[in-house]
Design a protein. Sequence first.
Length: 92
Amino acid sequence: MGKPTPQELEEALAEAVRMREHGEDPHHVAKALLNLNYRMKHLEQVAECADRYVHFGLAEHDHAALLRAIEAYKRVDAITEGTEAQEQEPGL
């Protein structure tokens, strides 16, 4: 399976938002897509920080950035799991 193009992803996300707004998500596909896209953005940040940290000399500031990215992802994951008070986050 290929990765969607930016245009395809944009269209899919727009349709998912429309489906959720109109209560047309009986199998929770739109909810899953929006949630996974939101979490994926944070995981991509973790991967980017880890790559910088490993490939550019294990610098302290890169280590700190990696730790911040990991913590940000953990917060997002907890929020989407419902283990923290729901905050109004874009894309949820």
